[in-house]
Design a binder for this molecule. Structure first.
Ligand code: HEC
Length: 256
């Protein structure tokens, strides 16, 4: 039954995904590449280290990811599974109790297995790069695509402290013409790093790219599978063609 529901959710998800952010903010687009195993591996590393303290990916097994991303099980066990009670065949569950999380953050951190499918990869990519300083919020940050979000900017040490130079209206519509776009890439130049983090803006974009690439993989692991299958089918058809052609020649030999 659970499996059926997930399948149903996956089938219906694209209908609910919208191109724009929650507040109608224009989104930066991302060109995901599920064949880039190195990127997916880096993304999984970031996800496990930086997201799973609060979120889980309850429909994704470590072992399946290891297999799809071409990582040896031993390495995954050694570097990506922190809980001694978790086994490689287990789902990627969070150690945090849901009731605690709801109490701390106002809203519980949702399961992220299908997030990129529900919101769209562009949305997730933009969301993770759109936190900015806002002293009126409990965590001292707000988010351009998810106003008044309950999540802190957990990657601030990498990205740095980001300041919004636009009015709320400008921010909601993707920036202002008066702001030099060269000084900042996010939200039409509204959001700029004021205090540098440990990564340059380019490195940070790459980190988020890898992370969203991995989240996109989690949302549709079957796409990897069908890409692999597709190649096999083409090879099979090519071989079949050779035989069919030889057979045809054989049949028609006596007719001519
Ligand atoms: C300290 C806890 C915490 C960590 C760590 C954390 N998040 Fe969150 N996240 C939350 C909470 C709480 C919410 C719910 C916010 C709300 O609904 O207001 C949330 C919401 C989200 C959402 C939006 C969900 C929606 O409503 O569609 C996304 C996407 C997300 N987180 C991604 C991530 C990613 C990716 C990471 C790792 C880089 C991460 N989060 C790390 C607490 C956390």
């Amino acid at each position: 039954m659970k499996k059926f529901l997930i399948t149903l959710m996956m089938a219906l998800a694209p209908m609910t995904a919208s191109a724009a952010g929650g507040a109608g903010v224009p989104l930066d687009s991302i060109d995901v590449d599920l064949t880039d195993k190195a990127s997916l591996q880096r993304g999984m590393q970031t996800f496990v280290n930086r997201c799973m303290g609060c979120h889980e990916a309850g429909y994704q097994r470590f072992e399946r990811a290891a297999q799809d991303l071409e990582m040896p099980n031993e390495l995954v066990e050694q570097y990506l599974i922190f809980d001694p009670n978790t086994k490689i065949g287990d789902h990627m569950k969070s150690a945090m109790a849901k009731e605690d999380a709801a109490g701390w953050f106002g809203a519980p951190p949702p399961d992220l297995t299908l997030e990129s499918r529900l919101r769209g990869s562009d949305w997730v990519y933009t969301y993770l790069r759109s936190f900015y300083k806002d002293e009126n919020r409990p965590w001292g940050v707000n988010n351009a695509v998810f106003p008044d979000v309950g999540m802190p900017n957990v990657l601030e040490d990498l990205q740095g402290k980001v300041v919004n130079y636009c009015t709320p209206e400008e921010l909601a519509h993707g920036g202002s013409e008066e702001i030099d776009p060269l000084t900042g890439k996010t939200m039409g130049g509204c959001l700029k790093v004021q205090e540098a983090g440990s990564q340059t803006p380019e490195e940070f974009d790459q980190t988020i790219y890898d992370l969203v690439n991995f989240m996109t993989y989690m949302g549709e692991p079957s796409r990897l599978e069908s890409e692999r299958l597709g190649t096999k089918v083409l090879i099979f058809l090519a071989i079949l063609f050779v035989f069919a052609f030889a057979l045809k020649k054989e049949f028609w030999k006596d007719v001519h």
